[in-house]
Design a protein around this ligand. Structure first.
Ligand SMILES: [Zn+2]
Length: 67
C-alpha cells in the first residue's frame, strides 16, 4: 500500500525534464505494485505487468467472452 505521490516524487519529474534523454528511459517504482520497473518516460508510473491487468484498464471495455 503506497500513499499518493509525494512532492519529492514530483521534483524527480522536474529534474528528469531538465535532462534531455534521461526522461526517456528510467527505472521507476510502480504506483500499483511498488516494484521497480523501466519506465519509458517521466509520466510512466505503472509497470507493464500492472498495465496488463484488467483493473488498470477499467476505462476500456473488457474484451472477454461476454456472458
Ligand atoms: Zn506494477
Amino acid at each position: 500500500m503506497k500513499p499518493a505521490p509525494t512532492v519529492e516524487d514530483q521534483l524527480d519529474d522536474a529534474i528528469a525534464l531538465k535532462q534531455p534523454g534521461s526522461e526517456n528511459s528510467k527505472e521507476r517504482q510502480c504506483l500499483r505494485c511498488s516494484l521497480s520497473f523501466q519506465s519509458q518516460w517521466a509520466g510512466e508510473r505503472i509497470c507493464g505487468r500492472c498495465k496488463g491487468t484488467s483493473a488498470w484498464r477499467q476505462g476500456s471495455p473488457v474484451s472477454m467472452s461476454g456472458h
